[in-house]
Design a protein around this ligand. Sequence first.
Ligand code: FES
Length: 112
Amino acid sequence: MPKIFVQGNELDCDRGANLRQVLIQHGIALYNGNAQWINCHGIGTCGTCAVQVDGDVSEANWRDRTRRSLPPHTPDRTRRLACQTQVLGDISVTKFDGFWGQGDRVLWDAQS
Ligand code: FES
């Protein structure tokens, strides 16, 4: 059973679980500021669920790649859309600042 290390927590989930759903179910503040209200609810169009993921997850699908190729995201960053990502093994998750999570300052990570 994969583990997700986030904000000092160790969350268990099924292999193939949707990262966005697991984080929300465990009360993790995936969205920054008003993005918690203004988001696409997981269809992969808003880009506000962007996080950095270290560990074994699914390949980025076309929705993930397409949205992250558009501003304010840039395709050269190692971010992923949580709503388009399946957890395949143990992972650590990091959230950055900015409405879309597109910034450079870490807001939270695996430890805190
Ligand atoms: S929730 Fe909108 S792209 Fe993930």
